[in-house]
Design a protein around this ligand. Structure first.
Ligand code: SF4
Length: 886
């Protein structure tokens, strides 16, 4: 279908039963492959219907471009459709209610539609001026003068906690003061008020696409791909980064840790701005003492429009802010309501507090989560909190010292809040060292939230009220600030002072910020734990690890991520999850309990390579016939390890490039290496190809990958081949770990990864208390649901936790397999070593093979007759592929 009038593609209007249709995606920068076209059509349809979409598209299939083209074509079409057919409910709201006569409501609808169209046009025209200037200039915006940092002195009174209005702290939503660094605080206190607000145009009401990924580099890649489409010139994009990535105030940015930068920025905003010379008089630039924030409104508005006019990534945004000497972090936040596309890291999406602080609205918008295979872990991590015994002791010491200094000057609320927090920190300190009843060992164990609260006498603490008071009075910053200033007094002026805050005395220097050199301070950790304790008893657990480092630890964990993710699902118009592989889907489905089946859409894209370019073999035994049985109880058997060593040697002999063997754990990988060294197999392996091990530390990963690439890739040749000894055999055996640093985000395309070997089935540790509690909670929820439906006993068999446990294992396997085959000319073999794989090769397939990604199944074989025929098949496959390479 041609890209004509979008109304041609519409059946009804999108607000009600409307479904838009489109089959062509002309913004896609080249002729799409059929799998790409299928993906875009399916995604467009899912967006049109609303609900939840799961989209799998292996690496090399152009997933990001497909997401961009389908989403933005849909956005344009739905806007065009809405312009001619507004939602009935909008009209009712505008017209004053459903009882209004039809003719009057119709009139109001038309007026509102015209007003929105006018606002949108005005925004487009405003930005078009910048766009066309940029096109003509073909260069970056002119640089502005960089303003030096400045600030204002302060005194010790800044640490005194205030009283808040009676009752305000106990009524949800009744807070008189705003939370620290809320969006509105930044507008009122930071951006200088009226001058800027007068220049802020009325924002048209529009649907936004919120695209989330895990890292800044993935968001940058999105910007690069968007620029390849025509949407880069017509739609506005805003990328949200952290202050750590965007702060241009050198004195704050050099503090390093995100928590320190956040606190320093907040602290600066709380102070009055220095007076500035304006003409013959002086004036302040607002309340914030950061010179990059207290700019005049015109500068801030100009940067906001530049951000909206052309898509830029985080790095470019930071540079732009630097050139204009305007804080890019707040410029991006200011531009947010006018953006068509918002790029945000997971952390901005997953916590309601963060969304509210940033002003990120989900209602009626589309949320696209990339790399979504990690989403459940990300939700769990975002809501978990850990306090160590040492941190609890530090909290207690800081609050006791603060009370000793200020008690006589504090009001009742402040005293009460500090006493309750002391109660909590002492209880946490005791609990960190507690052993489970009847146990002499220090193994980790779980407690329910209610049990923890009752056991430690915390039932009298109003956690909601305490947290609200702490937020409104900046309790952590003040208590920690006083503590740090005392430390600075003892040790002399520090080096991390921020201009505007005198160092070396209470109220001054880095000490005034209460910043710890690395990471989060102990009081922050304690408050995060308290936030977890607000959860319903069935949603979370406390994991006590008395044997851990730093005096044991206490960790709040979510056991039902779906309950917290449900607010995102219910607010957004659509939630789209995309990844190279989402198989098996089970863990992700836990995020969407209660979403009806007809609102769930799934699309699994084939691979860009033909099935003949991938060979997947399930092997039950090696060349001597010993079963490759890697069940926990068998895998330490020397005969199994010997057989594994021999299989790897045989595979490396015929693989034209890198072989990556994934082990279930570091410990098992090291056990295998020790065994091969003792038996002499290690020497034979190294004689065949270089052997590398996944390092334990992140710092060593690059060096390992460089060594692997050097061993696998052919050296460049210039002119005639030199005479002399034949070149060495190319290839490398890289031993890696499922879920480790090499199992995700690393590209082993072409010669870097011609063979991927899965050693056994990497089931997670069933004794892990966190996992155990999640599985129990899952079964309890299923049992409760069955009971409420009147279903008894057998209907609960097998319990859902069993399938989920297997899903977690296969999720790890599928991530590893996805490291190889990265583009349409690539090829690779995948070897699945364990009888459990081979035994599930039935019709239909059973798990675990049934939980492999769909694109691998056409290439799956289990040769009869043991290792010999399988090895022959492998040799033939590589020969055939090498012939196609010429
Ligand atoms: S306002 Fe911006 S530039 Fe200033 S300290 Fe905060 S993040 Fe940094």
């Amino acid at each position: 279908m041609p890209n004509g009038d979008p109304s041609q593609h519409m059946m009804g209007h999108p607000g009600a039963a409307a479904v838009l249709h489109r089959t062509d995606f002309p913004a896609f920068p080249h002729e799409p492959y059929s799998i790409q076209r299928d993906l875009m059509r399916s995604l467009y349809e899912a967006l049109s219907k609303g609900g939840v979409g799961f989209f799998e598209s292996p690496t090399g299939t152009g997933k990001t471009l497909c997401l961009i083209s389908a989403c933005l074509h849909w956005l344009e079409d739905s806007r065009a459709a809405s312009a001619t057919a507004p939602k009935a409910e909008e009209g009712a709201a505008v017209a004053g209610g459903p009882h209004m006569p039809d003719w009057m409501r119709g009139h109001a609808e038309r007026l509102e539609r015209d007003r929105q169209a006018h606002l949108l046009r005005a925004q487009m025209e405003r930005l078009e001026v910048l766009r066309s200037a940029r096109r003509q200039r073909g260069a970056r915006p002119a640089a502005g003068a960089k303003t030096g940092p400045g600030g204002a002195p302060n005194d010790a009174d800044e640490f005194i906690l205030e009283e808040v209005e009676e009752g305000a702290a106990s009524e949800p939503g009744a807070s008189r003061k705003r939370p620290v660094l809320s969006d509105s605080e930044s507008e009122e206190e930071g951006l200088g008020g009226p001058a800027l607000q007068a220049e802020t145009p009325e924002v048209p009401s529009k649907t936004q696409i919120i695209f989330c990924s895990r890292t800044h580099s993935q968001l940058s890649q999105f910007v690069g791909e968007l620029r390849r489409t025509r949407f880069a010139d017509s739609l506005s994009l805003v990328v949200l980064g952290s202050r750590g990535a965007l702060c241009i105030n050198d004195a704050v940015a050099r503090l390093g840790s995100p928590a320190a930068v956040n606190e320093a920025c907040a602290e600066l905003q709380r102070r009055p701005a220095p007076r500035k010379k304006v003409g013959s008089g002086e004036r302040t630039g607002g309340k914030g003492a950061c010179p990059y924030l207290a700019r005049s409104g015109a500068h801030a508005a100009s940067l906001r429009d530049m951000v909206l006019a052309h898509p830029i990534d985080i790095e470019e945004l930071a540079k732009l802010g630097q050139r204009r000497a305007v804080c890019p972090y707040y410029a991006a936040r200011d531009a947010l309501p006018e953006a068509d596309i918002i790029l945000a890291p997971y952390s901005a999406l997953l916590l309601r507090e963060t969304r509210d602080a940033l002003g990120l609205q989900l209602k009626g918008n589309v949320v696209v989560v990339d790399e979504a295979h990690n989403l459940v872990d990300a939700v769990n991590d975002a809501h978990s909190a850990t306090v160590t015994g040492r941190q609890a002791a530090a909290c207690t010491a800081q609050m006791e010292r603060y009370l000793a200094q200020y008690r006589s000057r504090l009001g009742m609320q402040a005293c009460l809040a500090l006493q309750q927090l002391l109660l909590v920190s002492r209880a946490v300190g005791r609990a960190c060292a507690a052993r489970p009843q009847g146990s002499q060992t220090g193994e980790a164990h779980a407690r329910s939230l209610n049990a923890f609260v009752l056991e430690h006498g915390l039932e009298g603490v109003n956690i909601f009220q305490l947290l609200r008071y702490a937020s409104e009075t900046r309790l952590v910053q003040r208590v920690a600030g006083y503590w740090r200033s005392c430390e600075m007094e003892n040790s002399g002026p520090g080096s991390n002072s921020v201009p505007g805050m005198e160092a070396g005395k209470p109220g001054g220097g880095g000490g005034g910020l209460g910043i710890e050199a690395a990471g989060q301070g102990p009081l922050h950790a304690l408050l995060s734990l308290l936030r977890g304790l607000r959860s319903a008893d069935k949603d979370g657990r406390i994991i006590v690890d008395p044997g851990g480092a730093d005096g044991g630890s206490l960790r709040f964990v979510l056991v039902d991520a779906g309950r917290l993710f449900s607010s995102i699902v219910s607010e957004a118009r659509s939630v789209i999850l995309a990844s190279g592989t989402l198989s098996p889907l089970g863990p992700l489905l836990t995020l969407f309990p209660g979403v009806p089946m007809d609102r769930l859409h799934r699309f699994s894209c084939g691979h860009v390579v033909g099935k003949e370019r991938l060979l997947a073999l399930a092997l039950a035994s090696g060349s001597s016939g010993t079963p490759l049985d890697f069940r926990f109880s068998r895998r330490g058997d020397p005969a199994v390890l010997r057989e594994l060593g021999q299989v790897l040697l045989n595979v490396c002999r015929v693989t034209p490039g890198g072989t990556i063997a994934f082990f279930p754990s570091h410990h098992y990988m090291e056990e295998a290496v020790a065994s091969w060294k003792a038996s002499g197999q290690w020497t034979r392996l190294e004689a065949c190809v270089p052997v590398l091990l996944e390092p334990r530390t992140a710092a060593e990963v690059d060096a390992t990958l460089v060594a692997h690439a050097a061993a696998c890739a052919p050296p460049p040749t210039f002119g005639a081949l030199p005479s002399g000894p034949p070149p060495r055999r190319l290839g490398c055996l890289l031993l890696a770990v499922v879920g480790g640093r090499l199992a995700e985000g690393i590209n082993f395309g072409d010669a870097l990864g011609r063979a991927v070997v899965m050693v056994g089935l990497p089931y997670p540790n069933p004794a892990d208390p966190e996992l155990r509690e999640r599985l129990r909670a899952m079964d309890a929820a299923a049992a409760a649901a069955s009971t409420s439906l009147g279903i008894q006993g057998p209907a609960l068999q097998p319990p859902p936790s069993r399938g989920h446990y297997q899903d977690l294992c296969m999720k790890g396997v599928n991530q590893c397999i996805g490291r190889a085959i990265r583009h349409s000319r690539d090829y690779a073999a995948v070897l699945l070593l364990d009888p459990r794989y081979a035994e599930s090769f039935t019709k239909p397939l059973r798990p675990p093979l049934a939980k492999l990604p769909a694109w691998i199944l056409p290439s799956l074989e289990v040769p009869q007759g043991g290792f010999g025929p399988a090895y022959t098949r492998l040799v033939r496959f590589f020969k055939a592929m090498q012939q196609t390479e010429g």
